[in-house]
Design a protein around this ligand. Structure first.
Ligand code: MN
Length: 429
């Protein structure tokens, strides 16, 4: 295969100034908290750009966490841009909703940092190699924090056949979004050979030719940002032949882990089950773990077991969040354990009793089967929940779309837990 004509290094939301949350002290395993930050990931981007001799580094907005973090961002950004410029690599960025004010100010202060589409006016920037124009970047920056119209309404068509890459921070397929709403149809119709988006932190761009999608956050920023994160290489192979591939360089990664308690013969078996589940995560993500230094596992107990109460009680004495495992070059840790498992209870049998567990079991069966009596219970609970939800402290939160569904879920979950408690009292000596 011939070498690509030109290569760009493309990066989504960096959020310089933010520190990843929910990470324990891993210094005993050679990983310091500073190793897992957006600043560390940005430094790695600069290293790779220079190693790979890319033609430009492209940033898709939210480079900085917040408009009041000029000082936090200035040092790392300036140092990185300086190294890149010294290597002959330009840096081109658009501003997002997080850095609408601070990114233009940083661009003014840092030589070699090119802000594209300042003030919400589309701008073209041609990357040339050895004086030969190779690829056109087409970018638009947030002019103010709230933008309720689609920037693609005003996107200009390229004037010639030069490969064109759109760079845009926007909210895809969110109606009435305050952050530059764009539809998939408009994106598909937009001129250009590729569209690299910022804003949503879960990457959605597909590897391969003619990509249109989110690059995702460079560095996982909180446990909600699960799975793969990092940067992208964009190869310009020729006219209308642009392809991207992933670089798994997020220093931190989050993975959900389900541990089924059904097969445990003794509460102490949970230790081995959690350790085994973490090993299984490492095996599953081996191909995409890349340069990740630390993987945080959110453990969820699932399944039904007669030992459920005993297992939950054992968590206090044997805390899985103390687990650390060095697998390959990466430290795995357990960030939290959530109990979604339940006591193995035969509701039909318990429901035959005339005691309080029997009464509760019958109610749960009515709710589970959506009988008239069950639906009445759900409606009563939903009404009670709505009273709380309408209290003024909760006013800023979005409305609950389906309060009945929420109430039903809570009733089943809490009802089963209460039933477990009642049954435990019954069998206790
Ligand atoms: Mn962002």
């Amino acid at each position: 295969m011939p070498a690509p004509l030109t290569r760009l290094l493309c990066v989504g939301d960096i959020h310089l100034g933010r520190r990843p949350s929910r990470v324990p002290d891993l210094s005993d395993h050679g990983v310091n908290s500073g190793d897992l930050t957006p600043v560390a990931a940005w430094r790695r981007v600069v290293d790779i750009a220079i190693e790979q001799r890319v033609a430009a580094v492209v940033l898709a907005g939210d480079v900085v966490e917040a408009d009041n973090q000029f000082f936090e961002a200035y040092g790392p950004l300036q140092a990185g841009v300086q190294r890149l410029v010294a290597a002959g690599i330009p840096v081109v960025a658009v501003a997002g909703n997080h850095d609408v004010q601070v990114l233009p100010r940083l661009a003014d202060e840092i030589p070699g940092f090119k802000l594209l589409g300042r003030g919400g006016v589309w701008e073209q920037h041609v990357i040339a190699v050895g004086g030969v124009p190779i690829v056109r970047l087409l970018g638009w920056s947030f002019p103010q924090k709230v933008v309720t119209s689609s920037p693609l309404d005003t996107v200009p068509a390229p004037a010639d056949d030069l490969p064109t890459v759109g760079v845009l921070h926007c909210d895809l397929d969110v109606r009435d979004s305050r952050y530059a709403p764009v539809t998939t149809a408009a994106l598909a119709a937009a001129p250009g050979d590729a569209w690299l988006l910022g804003h949503i932190h879960a990457p959605s761009a597909r590897e391969g030719r003619a990509p249109r999608g989110y690059l995702g956050s460079l560095c996982s920023l909180d446990p909600g940002e699960t799975g793969t994160h990092g940067a992208w290489l964009l190869d310009v192979n020729g006219v209308h032949d642009v392809a991207i591939s992933r670089l798994y360089i997020s220093p931190l990664r989050w993975e959900p882990v389900d541990v089924d308690i059904a097969d445990l013969g003794h509460p102490d078996d949970l230790e081995g089950a959690v350790a085994g589940a973490v090993q299984a995560v490492a095996a599953r993500i081996a191909d995409t773990v890349g340069e990740t230094r630390a993987v945080g596992c959110r453990v969820r107990l699932v399944g039904a077991s007669s030992l459920h109460r005993a297992i939950v009680a054992s968590l206090d004495r044997k805390d899985p969040t103390k687990l650390r495992a060095l697998i390959g070059a990466c430290v795995y840790f357990v960030e939290s354990v959530v109990d979604d498992a339940r006591q193995a209870i035969d509701l039909a049998v318990v429901a035959q009793g005339t005691d309080p567990p029997g009464l509760l079991a019958r109610m749960l069966r009515e709710i589970e089967a959506n009988t008239e009596a069950g639906e009445r219970l759900v409606r009563d609970a939903a009404r009670a929940l709505a009273v709380t939800a309408h209290l003024s402290p909760f006013a800023p939160l979005p409305d609950v779309a389906d309060m009945n569904a929420v109430a039903r879920k809570h009733l089943l979950r809490q009802g089963l837990l209460a039933l477990e408690g009642l049954m435990a009292q019954r069998v206790a000596p």
